[in-house]
Ligand binder design. Structure first.
Ligand code: PMP
Length: 448
């Protein structure tokens, strides 16, 4: 088997996600044979550093021996069992550990099998909570501009990235959209904190005006990842928690992308010292091994559904693979690694190295900003540095960086004109240096 054979077979049978399939007439697919640590190897023996953690899921490397061993053991005992009326050890142990690790007060875990579903669960639970408690007017949600919460219709509606959403507009719920605190747009000399506070005024006004009809505010804490890795200050979360309480509106923290150490703390909400009413987790939850998600919530919410069967207050949402045993066991092994290896601390060192390896990018004539929150570093490539005018999207400059990187042992997959590093936490400083070098050359090439 070689790359060419597999590409041919692939293109005859598979419809890939987030792809214009016609691109593959000239843009080769990369069939991966094996992975080890941060490295991926294709069928022709080429190697690539997985700088984007395979869509932000992988945190402790491919083929991690500890996760592999845990999965082998789980497989011997139980691969999966229905989670309605039945349960299993790994699901119980995982829920207990997540309750201990997440912000105080999140005491209930509802499992599903991907990030979008975790968001759907939070939306439905929030709406249903208000219904069960007799507040039937609450039917809407508030989201932020430039947000992303997944691709199923409910989650898609809560996002605001036109590329994914616009075409389906007529099928979607209509949230009330408040301008994002995205600090890329702060004034010169204005601090991120000051800008995030300033932008909160709009949220406060919207809550004041609409609280009676609103179930929840949904946000991605600290980083709007799919929205080009735009970042904001934790003070926004602090203010939002306080305002949601005051206006009797739930807060949904979608930590699908930022959970499990990405922002420098185990969960992004920790940086604002807040407990959301719902917290959605997925991606890094299983170390990037298997699809699993969890929507965590409080006793107060749970209790509003807990009643005699005939009251019909139960939350009946279900997915076949809810709480899959293999996925839960991979998640437990992932949490073991966090516990045993002092990961958050060693990530600080890696994050500092990413910053040092890219300081010179800020001087590049086509770089408007280099921004970083923990283990996410993003480089905003623009046509004009001074006015920050972007390159027209049709020029697909980011794709030039992607193609250059593939030729130089790196999987970098820019979001439009934003090049970013979001690597597994087992990356070495030499590998970070290599990524920085490849990204620099790629930007040079893309801006010619
Ligand atoms: N929420 C956020 C913040 C995400 O970044 C994503 C995925 N990129 C999702 C939800 C959806 O997760 P999934 O792709 O597993 O459905």
């Amino acid at each position: 088997m070689n790359n060419a054979d597999l590409i041919q077979r692939d293109l005859a049978a598979i419809w890939h996600p987030c792809s214009q399939m016609k691109d593959h007439e000239w843009l080769p697919m990369t069939p991966i044979k094996r992975g080890e640590g941060v490295w991926l190897e294709d069928f022709d023996g080429n190697r690539y550093i997985d700088a984007i953690s395979s869509w932000w899921v992988n945190i402790f490397g491919h083929a991690n021996p500890r996760i592999n061993a845990a999965l082998r053991q789980q497989m011997e005992d139980l691969e999966h069992v229905i989670l309605s009326g039945f349960t299993h050890y790994s699901a119980i142990e995982l829920a207990e550990r997540l309750i201990k690790l997440t912000p105080e007060g999140l005491n209930r875990c509802f499992y599903a099998d991907n990030g979008s579903s975790a968001v759907e669960v939070a939306l439905k639970m929030s709406f249903h909570y208000w219904y069960n408690t007799g507040q039937n007017k609450k039917k809407r949600f508030i989201n932020l501009s430039n947000s992303y919460h997944g691709e199923t219709l409910g989650a898609l509606a809560m996002g605001d990235v036109a590329l994914y959403k616009e075409i389906y507009a007529e099928l979607l719920l209509e949230p009330i959209t408040v301008a994002s605190p995205d600090c890329f747009y702060r004034d010169e000399g204005e601090s991120e904190e000051a800008y995030s506070r300033r932008m909160f005024v709009q949220m406060e006004q919207t809550l004041e005006q609409h609280a009676d009809e609103v179930c929840a505010v949904i946000i991605e804490p600290l980083i709007q990842c799919a929205g080009n890795m735009r970042m904001y200050h934790p003070v926004y979360l602090e203010l939002l928690r306080e305002a949601c309480d005051r206006h009797n509106v739930h807060l949904i923290a979608d930590e699908v992308a930022v959970g499990f150490g990405r922002t420098g703390t185990l969960f992004a909400c920790e940086q604002a010292d807040i407990t959301p009413d719902f917290m959605c987790l997925s991606k890094g939850l299983t170390g990037g091994y298997l699809p699993l998600s969890v929507t965590m919530t409080t006793d107060k919410i749970y209790d509003a559904f807990y009643d005699d069967y005939n009251t019909l207050k139960a939350f009946l949402h279900s997915h076949s693979y809810t709480g899959n045993a293999l996925a839960c066991r991979a998640a437990l092994a992932t949490l073991d690694i966090f516990e045993q290896d002092n990961v958050i601390e060693s990530n600080r060192h890696l994050a500092r190295h990413m910053q040092q390896a890219t300081t010179h990018f800020a001087e590049h004539p086509n770089v408007a900003e280099v921004r970083q929150t923990g283990m996410v570093l993003a480089i905003e490539m623009v046509k004009d540095k001074k006015s920050r005018e972007p390159f027209p999207w049709q020029e697909r400059r980011g794709l030039t960086v992607y193609r250059h990187a593939l030729k130089h042992q790196a999987l970098l997959r820019p979001l439009g004109n934003v090049i970013y590093f979001m690597p597994p936490y087992v990356i070495s400083t030499d590998e970070i240096d290599h990524l920085a070098e490849v990204a620099w050359q790629g930007i040079q090439l893309a801006c010619e």
